[in-house]
Design a protein around this ligand. Structure first.
Ligand code: G
Ligand code: G
Ligand code: MN
Ligand code: NA
Length: 238
């Protein structure tokens, strides 16, 4: 597999970079977090999007090394942010299932000196929270790291998921925001906000692209928002 070899070489040659997308308060649009999104600057293929190499990295087990690099880089970057904002890092189900994720998180925190509660790990409903995965997530949480549920509402088991783990943040999938002008969809968002409040979780609305969507998300009670309206993923310098 040509791309697999390239992936290995790319890790050695430092071809990966992190882009960051801001997450802001709904009320004041104050930046509270930045989500790290990995990019691959391939020498001949150009910019390869994560959807084209994350699945391959998962299949080949390279995700553990790539994931460790992402965590180290994100924590080091965030430690230098003077405003004490959080950094969010996406983690694949494969990393939680069999990866040495705890050691990677601990190493990244120790090396960077980042306070654990400034790191938020994003997982999706594609990860069954049971057995070792549940233990690992709880261990992360005991380190003081925040755990976010990404793309909430797109899986087949959204509600039972909330029962299985005390998430610090629930990110409502952008498909709900795209359709929030519909009263039925707005009612679902409102209900999720209510559940989140009872559980003590922060509710983030993803994929806000227009002022109308922002107004609606705010009206339904979302406290944090993310989307192209506030900024696309960009290199740290930007
Ligand atoms: O940035 P972009 O919209 O191309 O990201 C597409 C998807 O790739 C995201 O939804 C996310 O699930 C995944 N992704 C992006 N960055 C990372 C990362 O650092 N680690 C993992 N595991 N997945 C990522
Ligand atoms: O699955 P995850 O939420 O991690 O995916 C993050 C990706 O979602 C980002 O890399 C970005 O490309 C995409 N994204 C972020 N904000 C918006 C938005 O406002 N509109 C759309 N269409 N995509 C977005
Ligand atoms: Mn995410
Ligand atoms: Na998402």
């Amino acid at each position: 597999h040509g791309l697999e070899l390239d992936l290995r070489l790319g890790l050695e040659r430092g071809e990966f970079a992190l882009h960051y997308q801001p997450i802001v308060t709904a009320a004041e649009r104050r930046v509270v977090c930045r989500e790290a999104l990995v990019r691959w600057h391939h020498p001949t293929r150009g910019l390869v999007p994560p959807a084209s190499f994350i699945p391959l990295a998962e299949e080949t087990g390279l995700i553990d090394r790539l994931g460790a690099w992402i965590l180290r880089r994100a924590c080091r970057d965030a430690a230098a942010w003077p405003d004490g904002t959080r950094v969010a890092v996406n983690v694949s189900a494969a990393q939680v299932r069999h990866g040495p994720l705890i050691a990677a998180v601990q190493g990244a925190l120790r090396e960077s000196g980042l306070r654990p509660d400034r790191l938020e790990i994003e997982i999706t409903e594609s990860l069954p929270i049971e057995g070792e995965a549940a233990d690992l997530l709880m261990a992360l949480r005991r380190l003081g790291v925040r755990i976010a549920l990404d793309d909430f509402g797109t899986g087949y088991s959204s509600l039972s998921y909330l029962r299985r783990f005390p998430f610090d943040t629930i990110k409502i999938d952008r498909s709900f925001i795209a359709d929030i002008a519909d009263p039925g969809t707005a009612a679902i968002v409102r209900a999720v906000v209510g559940i989140g409040a009872q559980l003590g979780a922060t509710i983030t609305a993803e994929g806000i692209e227009t002022e109308d969507q922002l107004a609606a998300a705010q009206r339904e009670g979302c406290t944090e928002v993310q989307g192209y309206l506030f900024g696309k993923p960009v290199p740290l310098e930007a």
